[in-house]
Design a protein around this ligand. Structure first.
Ligand SMILES: [Zn+2]
Length: 406
């Protein structure tokens, strides 16, 4: 029976190797993602621009809260706003007309909103990025047989896209019937060219960062964006390309880490949420910041304008939570920095040594923490015993050192 004891270590090694092999892509992703030297909070809010006039006051209120704070480097907290450039012109579409018409953000009815966006950007509290010319594919809406969608298209402003069925809020797939079908490359190129032109005309410069509406987009859309100067795409860590029969979105299998590049664009990954109107408040966001910081990752938080444009109580609560988040970040992590998505993109692509840890020894505790938060992979590493030696080593080390951010 003694031969069993010879083979057991080999069996164990084979089992660990099989786990690593099976999860090699996940391990590769967490390994190659840069490790930050200090806590970084990136607050992103989507859907601003063409739409309800109440946004102008909401934007000023957000800017007023952010303007009261500075991080230890003297930087203002900044929110990266994903901008929509047009909504339907209900009056012009009218009656039984079949051709789509739009009102753009740089037209007189929407001037107060555009002014507020530009004012915040000039003050350094907003960083503007592209969401889309529209938050939908116009031909899809025009072809919809849903009477509520047809009525929505013909309403006078404000045309809140949040009221559309979710699958119709996707811009980069034809969801007029489900499952959705891809748009032609030619249609994509034409639409991207137009949205970049309108962005330049409206904002005064070309966009560097884009946030795909509802996170449904394709490599063809990325190629078109890259051809028109877009450098960075915000993702949820994967790429949804299609709306299936029940309207939900499905990925093409691609998975991204912060700083990954392909086809002329670099990807950033949203980490968690700050949506006070849906219960993801400042305390929730601060917990995410602690987790991201322990992993050496930027805490990129997703937010939407609805938090700040709803009824009075929701608006007031969201502003209160925003202040709590900013003040809490500075109190809990005095070395934290507020970055825009464009700032973070530059840190990732230039591999800036001022911001990133280098060398295996310096990076390893953060990579290990990422591994601890992988769910099933971590469970397998623990059950197999493979994690135990490193866990003991880390415990010894944490006794010997202070917290790396203090
Ligand atoms: Zn959106």
């Amino acid at each position: 029976m003694s031969w069993i004891w010879l083979y057991l270590p080999m069996l164990w090694l084979a089992m660990v190797a099989a786990i690593v092999l099976w999860y090699r892509r996940d391990i590769g992703r967490l390994w190659r993602e840069p490790v930050l030297k200090r806590p970084v909070l990136v607050l992103e809010s989507d859907d601003w621009g063409a739409g309800p006039p109440v946004q102008a006051a909401a934007l000023d209120n957000i800017a007023a809260v952010l303007g009261r704070y500075r991080d230890s480097a003297g930087r203002r907290p900044v929110v990266s706003l994903a901008v929509v450039l047009a909504v339907p012109d209900g009056r012009a579409i009218g009656g039984d007309a079949t051709s789509y018409r739009k009102v753009c953000l740089d037209e007189p009815p929407l001037a107060p909103v555009l002014d507020a966006l530009k004012r915040g950007e000039a003050e350094g509290t907003f960083s503007l990025q592209l969401h889309g010319l529209e938050h939908f594919w116009p031909e899809t809406l025009m072809a919809s047989v849903d009477p509520q969608v047809q009525a929505w298209l013909r309403e006078p402003l404000p045309a809140s896209t949040e009221r559309l069925p979710t699958h119709l809020q996707s811009r980069w797939t034809d969801a007029s019937s489900l499952p959705s079908v891809p748009l032609t490359d030619e249609a994509v190129h034409r639409a991207v060219k137009e949205e970049i032109e309108v962005y330049v005309r409206t904002i005064g410069r070309a966009p560097i960062v884009v946030v795909p509406p509802t996170f449904v987009w394709t490599p063809a859309v990325e190629r078109a964006w890259a051809a028109h100067g877009v450098e960075c795409v915000i993702t949820p860590g994967c790429r949804y390309t299609v709306r299936v029969a029940d309207g939900t979105s499905v990925t093409d299998g691609a998975q991204f880490a912060n700083g990954d590049s392909a086809g002329g664009v670099t990807y950033l990954v949203r980490y968690d949420y700050f949506e006070p109107a849906r219960g993801r408040d400042a305390n929730y966001a601060l917990r995410a910041l602690r987790r991201a910081t322990a992993e050496g990752r930027p805490c990129v938080l997703e937010n939407h304008r609805v938090n700040f444009c709803g009824d009075a109580a929701v608006r007031a609560d969201s502003l209160h939570e925003l202040e709590k988040l900013v003040a809490g970040t500075l109190r809990l992590m005095p070395t934290a920095r507020f970055l825009s998505s464009a700032d973070l993109y530059r840190v990732m692509t230039t591999r800036d040594r001022q911001w990133l840890r280098e060398g295996f020894g310096e990076r390893f505790p953060f990579l290990w923490q990422r591994l601890r938060n992988t769910g099933r992979l971590w469970k397998l590493l623990k059950l197999s015993g493979a994690a135990i030696p490193v866990e003991l080593l880390m415990a010894l080390k944490s006794h010997a050192t202070t917290h790396p951010y203090d």
